[in-house]
Design a protein around this ligand. Structure first.
Ligand SMILES: CC(C)(COP(=O)(O)OP(=O)(O)OC[C@H]1O[C@@H](n2cnc3c(N)ncnc32)[C@H](O)[C@@H]1OP(=O)(O)O)[C@@H](O)C(=O)NCCC(=O)NCCS
Length: 197
């Protein structure tokens, strides 16, 4: 198994010590895996997103993953994984945002917004310049994601829900190649329990 050490702690803005009733934001740690699975299984129908994250982690394809935590409980989660744009020389390394989830009881408090914003800040500090998402335009549009930004990309997910946001120089053309975990998800090929980390 490959474990990617994520240097997010140093990148985060100074945060006070978590206090009761306050949600803290930090990089995912190894001990969070089961709580993340629980959150994703509660947030999406079926086990697809939980298995997607298990497989991304297993394959070493996560670029950045953050949790929102309330007194030791993971209540929100976001992942950016490695998305390659082919057809360019050399191929370009972008990221794909998916999934994003917050427990129902914690929604409408800006937790997802903060996860996305902190994620973008960390990604920019890591030198990433392009993030792609397949999601609700009403939600992701507020962060600057637009369907226009992906108009010339080739993708099996091309639709009004496919959007991108660039934080720096990034291509506008090429073929989007998602990590194998996404293909496994659509082919319904779950990890074996032993493969989980
Ligand atoms: C989407 C989700 C992550 C938002 O979490 P949250 O912490 O409540 O989000 P925030 O408080 O930062 O922002 C709330 C805003 O998101 C909007 N929103 C929530 N779910 C939405 C959806 N499915 N489509 C469009 N907008 C949505 C709310 O209407 C609200 O808008 P407002 O600020 O104009 O009132 C959460 O509802 C969730 O986990 N849903 C189930 C999993 C899911 O669908 N994830 C994929 C997201 S596309």
């Amino acid at each position: 198994m490959t474990w990617i050490k994520q240097p997010t702690e140093k990148l985060f803005s100074a945060e006070p010590e978590p206090r009761a009733g306050y949600v803290a934001f930090r990089g995912e740690e190894r001990r969070d895996a089961q709580q993340i699975r629980d959150l994703l299984e509660a947030s999406f129908p079926g086990f697809g997103e939980a298995l997607l994250v298990d497989r991304l982690r297993h394959d070493g394809d996560m670029v950045l993953s953050l949790v929102a935590e309330d007194q030791g409980i993971v209540v929100g989660y976001i992942v950016f994984s490695r998305l390659i744009i082919e057809g360019l020389e050399p191929a370009f390394r972008a990221v794909a945002l998916a999934p994003l989830a917050v427990y129902t009881e914690y929604q409408q408090q800006g937790i997802a917004t903060r996860l996305v914003q902190e994620g973008h800040a960390c990604l920019a500090a890591l030198g990433e310049t392009l993030s792609v998402v397949l999601g609700e335009p009403h939600f992701y549009g507020r962060f600057g994601y637009s369907n226009r930004r992906v108009a010339r990309f080739e993708s099996e997910y091309q639709s009004p829900y496919l959007m991108a946001l660039s934080f720096g120089a990034a291509p506008a053309e090429g073929r989007l190649v998602y990590p194998p975990a996404f293909k496994a998800l659509s082919e319904n090929a779950p990890l074996q329990a032993d493969d989980r980390v």
